[in-house]
Design a protein around this ligand. Structure first.
Ligand SMILES: [Zn+2]
Length: 280
């Protein structure tokens, strides 16, 4: 999968060759293992694997020639995997599926789950109807419309000039794997700008005030339904004081004494590696 993906809601009128299928049993994805790698099926239809879906969703297509369509599907709970296939949790598939396929699977699981959990109107309880041309469900009874929900979360890398070169602020939560440190992050609250969220989270977690907040990049984080918005910021004032309920330890690190950082899957890794790249 190295071609770009175009999201779309309306499926093709006729089947056009083999499509990629992201098939879920609960939150586990159907894959075939090949050594350390894994792949998702390419099929004419689910029946190729002898499977029947509760619901299926068209996600869009890969810009191959001709296009390769992409579907997600939800199986009845407890469906057994076909011979030579298995169900795996998405987190365990990072680095096994190729990266593009992994992020497509993240898209698929969120849309599949949204479809599953929005069969009825959240306002009046009547069955909803999927809209033909946008990813939305409308209640024919009261008109209430719902869209796939995303929870915006911000993540920020704070740096300062130290005596021995540039320093990065890293902290660890109580639930982190032993020895692991990362940058600061948190969910955006209603009514808050992203910049306010950056200021608040860093201040709450480690009592540091920051300035010169700049956008860095973003990453969908389908565990579940988050969109990570990454920023960089500079130290303004304050001494580290831990918010002890959430934060186990925090400190300023130079490129030379950087501790263990989050894996490549996360945008935290990109933020920290970008700092290391600038300072080496
Ligand atoms: Zn309704």
């Amino acid at each position: 999968m190295n071609d770009s993906f175009m999201a779309q809601v309306t499926p093709p009128a006729a089947s056009e060759g083999l499509a990629f299928w992201f098939i879920f049993n609960g939150y586990s994805l159907l894959v075939q293992q090949d050594g350390d790698a894994a792949r998702v099926p390419r099929l004419n239809a689910l029946t190729d694997l002898g499977l029947t879906a509760v619901r299926q969703q068209y996600l869009g297509y890969m810009e191959t020639n001709p296009p390769t369509h992409v579907y997600s599907a939800e199986l009845p709970r407890g469906t057994a995997a076909p011979d030579d296939w298995e169900f795996k949790s998405l987190r365990k598939l990072f680095g096994r599926l190729d990266d593009e396929c992994f992020w497509l699977a993240g898209r698929a699981i969120q849309i599949m789950d949204w479809d599953r959990t929005h069969q009825f109107c959240g306002k009046c309880g009547q069955p909803t109807a999927s809209q033909a041309h946008e990813r939305a469900k409308r209640c024919p009874h009261c008109g209430h419309t719902s869209y796939p929900r995303l929870n915006p979360a911000m993540i920020v890398r704070v740096t300062r000039a130290g005596e021995n070169g540039p320093e990065i602020l890293l902290s660890r939560g109580h639930h982190f794997p032993p020895g692991r440190y990362s940058v600061q992050a948190g969910f955006v609250e209603p009514g808050e700008t992203l910049e306010e969220c950056v200021q608040r989270e860093v201040c709450e977690e480690v009592n540091i005030k920051v300035k010169n907040i700049r956008y860095f990049g973003s990453q969908p984080w389908p565990f579940p339904n988050a969109l990570m918005l990454a920023f960089t910021a500079e130290y303004e004032s304050g001494d580290i004081v831990l918010e002890e309920e959430e934060v186990a330890d925090a400190g300023w690190y130079t490129a030379k004494n950087i501790p263990q950082i989050p894996p490549r899957i996360s945008i935290a890794n990109r933020l920290i590696n970008d700092f290391l790249g600038q300072t080496r």
